[in-house]
Design a protein around this ligand. Structure first.
Ligand SMILES: *Cc1c(COP(=O)(O)O)cnc(C)c1O
Length: 414
């Protein structure tokens, strides 16, 4: 799919010391935030080099999160997609089952890493932003687990739309603060989180939920989520004796995708595909495809592709999947796209809904609507590949949270 990758290469060596992935990333923050960011970076470097930190992380991954998540060959889905194709065509479809994690998605991997860092830094209060509520729930869970108070910033509009997750967070002991500024959604909640952090830095740690924000967040979140790709790489080699031909993952801010991709970046024969949410289509503004439909700018402390109007105002994304409507994308993806190492595509609400139902019926797995976008792209690509080729997709979340949205979209009363 992609142009041949020159070998040896060092795609995994980014970012540079100031957090740049090529022209993207960096730390575009107010003066007052700078010392916090530098302190966080210093502490993260120390933690990264400390085997005790890694041991603690691994132990919680195994016994609290339930890792390693299985690697699963979806044979009936592969057959269904292969149907009607010429003999020898139709790739094998495999899934990394991160939907089986505690709290139902990959978010918990990152939350465990960051709260361990917070404790190491002596912080006693946790804040986070959330859109659909998945990162808020995972953050609230780890805060309960470690007995730390937790404030979750959530756009007032999202609080209305995501009541079950608001209640989950409250059950877990978090305080949910509705944010009414701007469009009262995820982007505004993140601004509010950054504001709180500046005001309360003496005791507060900000757990960002995706591979975005000022350096070192994109690198740090990537490193914690890379457990997905490290496990998958070892599991694939053990099961098949080879690496996959194509990796596929859905992209909101890009954390589950970079977590899957990163450990494979220097494997020149492994192609990669990130799938953005095209909502009602890319021709209007009702989508969340920052790479395909946005242009570079600065938001939340880093430079990357953003959904913006003609005046550079941040536009609100739309997707049937609330977890994909972040108006930006992690800076490492912006760079990987520009250098051609990873290809990016998109799937509409309709395509995601079709893929969602296909997976339910062929494999007995109800996926979240986010990975349903990835599955739509998997089905399309599988048909163009040979049956001895392997696609590995990240099944990054389970669909229990989405059944009401799906019912409404299908016109079914439940
Ligand atoms: C939050 C979420 C996403 C989007 O976030 P990324 O940082 O792009 O991974 C995707 N899938 C699920 C299940 C989510 O909860």
């Amino acid at each position: 799919m992609n142009a041949p990758i020159p070998a040896p290469n060092t795609f995994r060596a980014q970012p540079d010391e100031r957090g740049h992935f090529g022209a993207f990333g960096g730390r575009y923050v107010a003066e007052t935030l700078m010392p916090l960011i530098l302190d966080l970076e210093r502490e993260y470097r120390a933690a990264k080099a400390d085997p005790a930190f890694a041991a603690q992380f691994d132990d919680l991954m195994e016994h609290y999160v339930g890792r390693p998540s299985p690697l699963y060959h979806a044979e009936r889905l592969s057959d269904a997609v292969r149907e009607g194709q010429p003999a020898g065509m139709g790739a094998q479809i495999w899934f990394k089952r991160d939907e089986l994690n505690h709290t139902g998605a990959h978010k918990i991997n990152n939350c465990i890493g960051q709260i361990l860092l917070a404790i190491r830094m002596g912080k006693t209060r946790i804040i986070a932003e959330t859109g659909a509520g998945q990162h808020g729930v995972a953050t609230a869970a780890v805060c309960a687990r470690f007995g730390l108070p937790c404030v979750i910033y959530m756009g007032a509009k999202d609080v209305e739309r995501q009541q079950p997750n608001v209640f989950r967070m409250k059950l877990l002991g978090a305080e949910v603060r509705p944010v009414t500024s701007g469009a009262a959604t995820l982007s505004d909640a993140m601004n509010e989180g950054l504001r709180d952090w500046v005001a309360n830095v003496h005791d507060t740690f900000y757990i960002i939920g995706t591979a975005a924000g000022p350096h070192p967040y994109p690198e740090m979140v990537r490193d914690f989520q890379s457990i997905i790709g490290r496990e998958a790489r070892a599991q694939m080699l053990a099961r098949t004796g080879r690496l996959p031909d194509l990796l596929v993952a859905a992209i909101g801010g890009g954390s589950n995708a970079i977590g899957l991709f990163h450990p494979f970046l220097d494997d020149a024969d492994v192609s990669m595909l990130g799938v953005e949410a095209a909502g009602h289509g890319l021709d209007g503004s009702e989508h969340a495809a920052s790479l395909a439909g946005g242009f570079p700018g600065v938001l939340h402390g880093n430079k990357t592709y953003l959904l913006q109007d003609d005046d550079g105002q941040i536009a609100e994304g739309h997707s049937i999947s609330a977890g994909l409507d972040y108006p930006g994308i992690g800076p490492e993806h912006a760079w990987l796209r520009d250098i051609g190492r990873v290809e990016y595509t998109h799937a509409t609400d309709r395509q995601a809904l079709d893929a969602f139902q296909l997976l339910c019926r062929t494999e007995g797995i109800i996926p979240a609507l986010e990975p349903a976008h990835a599955i739509a792209a998997v089905a399309e690509h599988a048909r163009t590949m040979r049956d001895d080729q392997i696609i590995l997709a990240n099944l990054c979340g389970r669909g229990d949270k989405d059944i009401f949205t799906v019912a409404e979209a299908l016109g079914v009363a439940i």
